[in-house]
Design a protein around this ligand. Structure first.
Ligand SMILES: Cc1c2[nH]c(c1CCC(=O)O)Cc1[nH]c(c(CCC(=O)O)c1C)Cc1[nH]c(c(CCC(=O)O)c1C)Cc1[nH]c(c(C)c1CCC(=O)O)C2
Length: 358
């Protein structure tokens, strides 16, 4: 099936495009009234993820509203620990929780590595259904959490502010920590490869909590496992390269190390300037980001000014995928996303003039 809009994949390959492609982290989510409606019909969040037709429906919702250049699978990073038997649930307003935690070596030894095609079959069904329904409109992104980020939820039993338990394991029982991360790295590799076989055309690894580590701990406990995953991924499928994007929130000081992993692109939060990132690693990888999602609470004029500033900071030429520096807030007015996408469509072609005159 022919891909009608390949801007996103071209930018990931640092090939010329007519304008800067854009998608948004958490683009299918609670800021959209149509999402809240389908979510209500499904019951809880995990039931929505397991309901193939509804998961497909909400994946496509943001594309119906906005001219985005990629779709992202509707699911969650915590499906792997759930499939390991930890019992994921969502308490309204409190974020994710696990019925069981992983705190001791015995807990780690008892964990079974899921077999993605069997134990996470609902995710693969969602991927293939979304691909069919997209019908080549835009590429589909698959994703997973990084081993370290998944471990934080598994050891803490949910979200955390201080990462007390998981860091106690890291410093107090590093061998146990490595055993857990090793199991997770195998599981993530298998999970992403299954998504690629099911039809994901690019994959992103979310390392939301890597930036809470010291530099040596980041390298040893987060980055090295992401590197292992990148090395084990299917990099070409159906005659096309399957690009990998690594996103470590607050990872700006480690861009050179991240670019060394073999990833095709690096995701940036808003605390690193695009110009700085491009000068440091732009010869090696594409860059994705990096609007502060809170800019979407400002006026259309202020949103436009920030979009312009980021385009200027990256500068001319290919290799930039516009995105938010983190997930869109549930309190965002959907009209602010119109202002954001409209501004990008208006302003970004000027940064790709070589192709317009070619
Ligand atoms: C850390 C993390 C999680 N999940 C994810 C991350 C990494 C990215 C990041 O840092 O945000 C990734 C994720 N979660 C979700 C997606 C879907 C695809 C997308 O549109 O980007 C993706 C890519 C759906 C979701 N995952 C979740 C929601 C909201 C739940 C709902 O609809 O009730 C959505 C749309 C639930 C979730 N899942 C998670 C949390 C912390 C929460 C609660 C968030 C909150 O309450 O605001 C874990």
């Amino acid at each position: 099936m022919e891909l009608k809009n390949d801007r996103f994949l071209r930018a990931l390959a640092r090939q010329p495009v007519d304008r800067t492609p854009v998608w948004m982290m958490r683009q299918a989510g609670r800021y959209l009234p149509e999402y809240r409606e389908v979510r209500g019909q499904a019951g809880d969040f995990m039931s929505l993820c397991r309901d193939t037709d509804r998961a497909c429906e909400v994946t496509l919702q943001p594309l119906e509203r906005y001219a985005l250049d990629a779709a992202i699978l509707f699911s969650d990073i915590l499906t792997i620990p759930d499939a390991m038997g930890l019992g994921l649930y969502f308490e309204t307003g409190e974020g994710p929780k696990f019925r069981k935690t992983v705190r001791t070596e015995a807990d780690v030894v008892a964990l079974k590595e899921p077999e993605a095609e069997r134990d996470l079959d609902y995710v693969m069904r969602a991927v293939s259904t979304i691909r069919r329904e997209l019908n080549g409109r835009v590429p589909l992104i698959g994703f997973s959490g990084s081993p370290w980020t998944l471990a934080t939820y598994m050891v803490e039993g949910g979200s955390s502010k201080d990462f007390r338990h998981v860091k106690s394991m890291l410093y107090g029982a590093p061998d146990t920590m490595h055993q857990l991360l090793d199991k997770l790295a195998h599981s993530v590799t298998d999970y992403l490869n299954a998504q690629i076989r099911a039809g994901a055309q690019a994959v992103q690894i979310f390392d939301t909590w890597g930036g809470t580590l010291s530099t040596p701990a980041y390298r040893e406990f987060s980055l090295s496992y992401m590197e292992q995953i990148v090395a084990g991924l299917i990099r070409e499928h159906d005659g096309r390269r399957v690009p990998v994007i690594l996103f470590t929130k607050n990872g700006g000081q480690w861009l050179e190390d991240i670019a060394e992993t073999g990833a095709d692109a690096v995701g940036l939060d808003w605390t690193t300037e695009m110009s700085n990132a491009r000068a440091r690693v732009g010869h090696k990888v594409a860059l994705q980001g990096n609007l502060d999602p809170n800019v979407l609470f400002a006026s259309p004029a202020a949103i436009r000014a920030e979009v312009g500033r980021i385009l200027d900071s990256y500068g001319e030429g290919p290799g930039h995928i516009f995105n938010l520096g983190h997930g869109i807030s549930q309190f965002t007015d959907p009209r602010s996303v119109d202002a954001f996408v409209d501004a990008l469509h208006e302003l970004s072609p000027a940064y790709h003039s070589q192709i317009a005159t070619a």
